[in-house]
Design a protein around this ligand. Structure first.
Ligand code: PLP
Ligand code: ZN
Length: 414
């Protein structure tokens, strides 16, 4: 990898050769893949990128930590749509608003970006088996991307994982261990099993390549915006790998001169589980919190990538916002009704945060915002029905239809 210098510990600064099975520093710190931007500048230009046919995350390969000979993974990951949403912008009182629908990835969440990277690196390492623990989406994305590449997976999920995600896992042929406990308990068991059997490790934060996969979301956002930098990018935060990856992509683009400034990040967490936002708000260290929210993908009481996430939020002079489950459900409905975008609860938490910050007057009419929807609503239909209600249910009878419209106050002529 001519474009990569080394992996560097974010805690102690120690550097490591970027081997495909790289994990954490001996001090326990998380590694950050460090690039040779001078070299990358000689390899990649905006024009070259614009001419490229490949509409997947691998179109940015000069900025990714893979060997030149490494093949793109089989599923189409990335290049999700970025919609401008003028009606929602007007409702919220924003100058301009875009929604990046990452629920349109092959297994329906942003996690596909990290899992495709894990599969590419596992292949480089010659591994045949990959394992991870996950609140659900890292799991289903790993299972899907690995299945497509002919690799075997062992997956640990907490027993609360929504059925849609478990159905994906079973369909993709993973060996699934549903752990009767919290995400923290799940992570611990997976760690012991991975140590015991030596599987390729796709655990969040442990494997430093994963957030390099996730950073492709901001590479895409900026290319789709024709390199015009918005004021804010909002995203939901659990372990913190996603927001750290998002920030990394932006800093990469800045380092190679593709953008001339950096946006501020908006870190959205659930009120019932917001250890990282609490640390930013109080200026204290983070400490564990209960996992008390319906947004299962971000119900992370012990964030695995706190260091990188907190650094990203602070470096970007970012904002933190915590939203209640009710606010999350309202955002789910609002995105559905005004944008036709169906997000899972954690998927829409960033948008719920934007709405709240608009209502509080923290951001507003002069601001441009990109809100990333990180996962698809079909993964968790029970909560979508809870948020948006049940349909009119009647026999096939016109009189009963009229009566139902009447009762509901639906005026068809209006
Ligand atoms: C994993 C996930 C997040 C948060 O990503 P972290 O890296 O855990 O912070 C947000 N939304 C969805 C849908 C996810 O699956
Ligand atoms: Zn270290």
């Amino acid at each position: 990898m001519k474009n990569v210098l080394y992996g560097k510990c974010v805690k102690c600064g120690k550097t490591y050769e970027a081997t495909p099975d790289l994990t954490t520093c001996e001090c326990g710190g998380i590694l950050d893949i460090t690039y040779d931007y001078d070299y990358i500048k000689t390899q990649l230009t905006k024009e070259k990128l614009a001419a490229r046919q490949e509409r997947t995350m691998w179109r940015y390969r000069e900025l990714l930590p893979i060997e030149e000979t490494t093949e793109p993974t089989p599923l189409r990951v990335g290049w999700s749509p970025l919609y401008e949403e003028p009606r929602l912008a007007e409702k919220l009182g924003l100058k301009r608003l875009w929604v990046k629908d990452d629920g349109q990835n092959p297994t329906a969440s942003l996690k596909d970006r990290a899992s495709a990277m894990a599969v590419a690196k596992a292949r480089e390492a010659g591994a045949k088996v990959i394992a991870c623990s996950s609140t659900g989406n890292a799991a289903s994305s790993l299972a899907g991307n690995a299945a497509a590449a002919g690799l075997k997976t062992y997956i640990f999920v907490p027993s609360r994982a929504p059925k849609g995600k478990v159905a994906q896992l079973m369909t993709f042929g993973a060996t699934v261990i549903s752990v009767q406990g919290s995400y923290e308990d799940t992570f611990e068991l997976s760690k012991q099993a991975i140590d015991k059997w030596g599987w390729y490790n796709r655990n969040a934060a442990i494997n430093p390549y994963l957030s390099e996969g996730k950073k492709t979301v901001s590479l895409e956002i900026m290319e789709q915006l024709n390199w015009e930098v918005p004021d804010y990018i909002a995203i939901s935060v659990g372990d913190g790998c996603t927001i750290a990856g998002l920030w990394k992509g932006l800093k990469d683009l800045y380092a190679i001169g593709f953008i001339d400034k950096l946006p501020r990040l908006i870190s959205a967490q659930a009120e019932g589980c917001c250890p990282l936002n609490r640390a930013i708000a109080t200026g204290e260290d983070w400490y564990p919190m209960e996992e008390n929210t319906l947004a299962d993908s971000i119900a992370v009481g012990v964030p695995r990538n706190a260091d990188k996430a907190l650094m990203a939020i602070r470096e970007s002079n970012g904002l933190v916002v915590n939203v209640s489950d009710e606010e999350i459900m309202a955002a789910q409905k609002l995105l559905g009704m005004t944008c036709g975008v169906f997000g899972e609860p954690a998927g829409v938490t960033g948008t719920a945060g934007v709405k709240k910050l608009c209502e509080q007057g923290v951001i507003g009419k002069n601001d441009t915002v990109v809100s990333v929807v990180t996962g698809n609503g079909l993964k968790d239909v029970a909560n979508a029905i809870k948020a948006c209600g049940e349909p009119i249910s009647i026999p096939s009878n016109m009189d009963l239809l009229l009566k139902a419209f009447d009762e509901k106050g639906i005026d068809v002529e209006a």
